[in-house]
Ligand binder design. Structure first.
Ligand code: NOJ
Length: 684
């Protein structure tokens, strides 16, 4: 039993001591409060139907909202309930992340388990587990073994999230062709349609609310549908036959999560989603290590080289060695190489089942490369693009991970590029069915791949993933993932790439779910020769600030080595900045406008600051009271230089040094589309 498990067990025992059980005949309404009485939850049975409501300091957040399911052979499963018993307990622990945005996380909640039984059919059972934190609510359904259900099929989840008003919401619409890769929309929530989670809202009375889910395992992912009149309803992503989830008792749903905060930054430093996941289940974490990487990647997206074979093939032995030399020289731990394996020639998205994950192209000598890399203290990062052909991948994935493991590779980036419901599955009649990336079939697939990755000591970076739901707590090899529009859109998107506000929305939406492999750090922002019609829509200083504002345990320095060699002064920030943190604080923020984040290095006493803005220039005065009392720091400042502007003049960066203490203030001036990055080095 590792340290976290032992600690959790002890706390569980203490928690259990406080369980108070209310047997049958308890009233049809029951309430709990969060540990510091910030949130109040009410559960009630009304006319045989189950409802909950949530308020914050007495102000309604979720008004009376239905709970329950429609099942295939029990259409009215959501009706005819009475409370059989309720169990209440409280729990308080602090656990340590092996890597992360903070080192220690307090997990403090009040729990109420409401055990329901059918009035007419007492063997019909359902338990709803509520965990109420000061920063939000998690609840899940548990289907016990009671003889009433064995194997069953969920046709619809009826969970509602009825709001008090038509709040402003930020979201990406669900059921679109290109998975999660769209610009965020914002509108009054009644106009939202059906959206992926996290969906984040700002209320007129100054609260920030975000809806998501935690511990998505063997279930369909939940999208949220605006039903009108401020109503929201869970909408589970279906299988190809329209059913939602296949289950067997005993089973449980993922947690439905509602984070509630007084400032947008408090959503970022709420760890509710991680807390709701189970503690680490892996014994040996010695091979798990966050780190920065470079790779044969941006040159492919700029079409300077190709994934497939030909005169400009990118993944050659000599090109890879060039990146290894660069990585070794500047202290990067990994080199990602895409297009190294057979299957890329022709239309690889259409022909994903042609990919081999163990056969390199002839000009890629993997043994020579990995020996060379290891001799320089660098590791190759593997790449398995599946084109969404998961049956082909599942047939090879063990061999692929073994192959990599034998070559000293410890991290693999996977990919599932394909559009709409395009994932082939063979049904029980031998017919091909097309599934989506976000239904139960793919949730199972992503988990299967991660289980095998653990067996072969592989850390994962999943592109075209299922959204993050905090499983990295349980499986700390699940490092990072994509799941939104990343930097690559700037290389080729016909709409001109990500507008400057994009990076000021991601931290409050996609990134509340978990780390994102955005791949910051482009220095040649306009790349006129390679792609005259595309560019990166930020200043150079903003690219630096993204390393602090965006959290990921793997961070890429995405640009070409020559663009860094030509700009070694600003590049020093990318070399210096860590990607494993002891602490994180958000100093100021408005969703879609600006954000300033500070993080403390996990392995030194240094602090780092990143501040970014949308298309508007801004200035702030920042108190440095996060710095340690009585210590002096050297602040290395990388700011937008004179005349900088993302559109007309993105390159000027001013680099200066000054001393600072916790009593100092610092003036931050951000150009339009700009940013500022600071390293605070403790000097005495
Ligand atoms: C999409 C991924 O997001 C990108 O990083 C990768 O280069 C391509 N697929 C090819 O696998």
């Amino acid at each position: 039993m590792n340290r976290e498990n032992r600690k959790s067990l002890l706390h569980l025992i203490i928690g259990i001591l406080f369980i108070i059980s209310f047997p049958a005949c308890s009233p049809s309404q029951t309430n709990i409060e969060s540990p510091n009485s910030i949130l109040q939850l009410q559960f009630k049975i009304d006319n045989g139907e189950a409802f909950y409501s949530l308020s914050r300091k007495g102000i309604p957040v979720i008004e009376k909202s239905l709970l329950g399911f429609e099942l295939k052979e029990h259409e009215k499963f959501w009706k005819d309930w009475e409370i059989e018993s309720t169990d209440r307990s409280s729990f308080d622990e602090t656990w340590e992340q092996p890597w992360g945005e903070v080192q220690f996380i307090a997990n403090t909640y009040t729990e109420m388990v409401v055990n329901l039984q059918g009035i007419a059919e007492p063997t019909k059972k359902l338990s709803i587990v509520f965990r109420l934190y000061d920063d939000g609510l998690g609840f899940r359904y548990e289907f016990p073994e009671s003889g009433y259900l064995n194997d069953f099929v969920i046709m619809d989840e009826l969970t509602q999230f009825n709001l008090k008003a038509n709040h402003k919401a930020w979201y990406i619409k669900a059921y679109q062709d290109n998975r999660y890769e769209y610009l965020y929309e914002s509108s009054p929530v009644n106009n939202m349609g059906i959206a992926h989670t996290p969906v984040t809202m700002e209320t007129a009375d100054g609260l920030y609310i975000s809806f998501h889910e935690a511990e998505l395992v063997n279930f369909a992912s939940m999208t949220i549908e605006a039903t009108g009149s401020n109503g929201l309803k869970a909408n589970l992503v279906p299988w190809s036959d329209g059913t939602k989830v296949n289950c067997s008792t005993p089973s449980k749903s993922p947690w439905r999560t509602i984070q509630v905060a007084e400032s947008p930054g408090d959503l970022i430093t709420s760890y509710l989603i991680l807390n709701l996941n189970e503690p680490n289940k892996m014994d040996d974490l010695s091979w798990i290590e966050p780190g920065k990487y470079v790779g044969i990647w941006w040159e492919l997206h700029l079409a300077k080289t190709t994934w497939g074979q030909g005169p400009n093939h990118g993944a050659t032995t000599s090109n890879t060695k060039k990146y290894i030399d660069f990585a070794a020289k500047h202290g990067f731990k990994g080199v990602l190489v895409e297009g190294w394996n057979q299957g890329w020639d022709g239309d690889w998205i259409k022909n994903g089942d042609q990919f081999s994950f163990t056969k390199p192209y002839n000009d890629f000598d993997i043994k020579e490369i990995t020996d060379y890399a290891l001799s320089k203290g660098v590791r190759l990062i593997g790449h398995n693009e599946t084109g969404g052909a998961v049956l082909n991948y599942e047939a090879q994935v063990e061999d692929a991970f073994e192959f990599y493991n034998n070559h000293g590779v410890r991290a693999v980036k996977t990919g599932y590029v394909n559009h709409g419901p395009s994932i082939k599955r063979i049904d029980e009649n031998g017919d091909v069915q097309l599934e989506t990336h976000h239904g139960q079939f793919m949730v199972q697939h992503y988990q299967k791949v991660n289980d095998l990755a653990i067996q072969h000591q592989i850390m994962l970076n999943v592109h075209e993933p299922i959204k993050a739901t905090g499983l990295r707590r349980t499986y700390p090899n699940m490092m990072t993932r994509e799941g939104a529009r990343g930097q690559e859109f700037n290389a080729w998107s016909p709409d001109g790439g990500n507008p400057p506000e994009h990076e000021t929305i991601l931290p409050f939406t996609r990134m509340l779910a978990g780390p994102m492999d955005f791949t910051p750090g482009i220095f040649d922002l306009t790349f006129e020769e390679a792609k005259p019609d595309n560019r990166v829509n930020t200043t150079l200083a903003k690219q630096l600030a993204l390393y602090v504002v965006f959290y990921s345990p793997f961070q890429m320095a995405a640009d070409l080595p020559e663009n860094y060699e030509a700009n070694l002064k600003p590049f020093k920030f990318i070399v210096d900045v860590p990607c494993d943190w002891a602490d994180t604080r958000v100093l100021n923020a408005e969703i879609g406008e600006y954000i300033t984040t500070v993080r403390k290095d996990r392995n030194s006493s240094d602090w780092y600051l990143g501040s970014i803005t949308d298309e508007n220039e801004r200035s702030f005065s920042i108190d440095l009271d996060f710095l340690e009392d009585g210590k002096e720091y050297l602040a290395q400042i990388y700011k937008d230089g004179e005349g900088a502007d993302w559109e007309s003049n993105p390159y000027p960066v001013e680099i200066l040094e000054e001393t600072a203490t916790k009593d100092s203030q610092i003036e931050i001036k951000l150009a339009a589309g700009g940013g500022q990055a600071i390293r605070f080095i403790q000097i005495n």
